[in-house]
Each structure stands twice: as C-alpha cells, then as structure tokens.
Design a protein around this ligand. Structure first.
Ligand code: ADP
Ligand code: MG
Length: 121
C-alpha cells in the first residue's frame, strides 16, 4: 500500500542532511512504528507519504514514493489526501480538531468541498 524505494531527499539549502537511499514497504492492515533519534528523518518520511514533499517542502528528491499505486510526486495533494491522513505529535494539538480520530475523519468528511474548491481554484 505504501512503498518507498531508494528515496533520497534533502531540503533546499540544507546540503548533506535528510534521507539517504531509504526504502520502506507497508502493506494494507499493517501498523508500523518508525522510531529513531531526533533529526534522523521520521517526519520527513511522513511528509513524503502525505505529499507535502515535494508539493510544499522544496528540495532534491530521487527514488519513488507510491501510495495505493499512485506516485505521490505526480499526484495533486487533494487526491493523496483521500488516502492519507496525518496527525501531529501531540494528540490534543491538531489542525482542525481536538483529537486524532476526528482529525483523520475531517479530511474524508470535507473531501467533496475540497474537490470543488480545487476545481474552481
Ligand atoms: N523544513 C525543513 N527545512 C530544512 N531542513 C529540515 C526541515 N525539516 C527537517 N529538516 C532537517 O531534516 C532532517 C530530518 O528532520 P526530521 O524529519 O524532522 O527528523 P525527525 O522527525 O526524525 O526528528 C534534520 O536534519 C532536520 O534539521
Ligand atoms: Mg519529527
């Protein structure tokens, strides 16, 4: 379902930092914990999966990131958001809601509206 193959990414202007030759495969129904020291690239992996990289965060990206057969880098964010929900580290500090379940459901609840605004904008 989620497939990262040989992904290398460094944020614009960051030089040598970021991810190097990273691969990860997550099958449908699997629950995985990605752990590592601060700054090792965990958040960067989530940004690759939800499409904020490369659509929002600019940098050097090689390798491929696929979600449900879609190549995230070539898929508009509103389409990726139909499959991927993201929550922040603190469960009570989210973008639109005060708990993580509602935050994930929010994208699905509002997707018709989002699709319309993207078509208009
Ligand atoms: N927006 C950004 N711009 C430039 N560098 C960043 C940005 N976000 C993260 N980094 C850098 O990318 C590397 C990985 O960071 P990150 O993915 O946030 O790690 P983690 O979530 O594991 O703590 C770090 O060196 C960090 O400083
Ligand atoms: Mg992080």
């Amino acid at each position: 379902m989620i497939e990262l193959k040989n992904v290398t990414f460094s944020y614009s202007g960051q030089g040598d930092g970021g991810l190097k030759n990273f691969s990860l495969s997550v099958r449908s129904g699997e629950c995985i914990l990605l752990c590592g020291r601060s700054g090792c690239g965990k958040t960067t992996v989530t940004r690759l999966v939800n499409g904020l990289i490369p659509h929002f965060f600019i940098g050097e990206l090689t390798g491929s990131v696929m979600v449900n057969g879609m190549e995230v880098a070539r898929t508009p964010l509103y389409r990726t958001a139909e499959k991927i929900g993201s929550v922040f580290q603190n469960p009570r500090t989210q973008f639109f809601n005060v708990d993580t379940d509602s935050e994930i459901a929010f994208g699905l609840k509002t997707r018709h509206f989002l699709r319309r605004s993207c078509a208009v904008g």
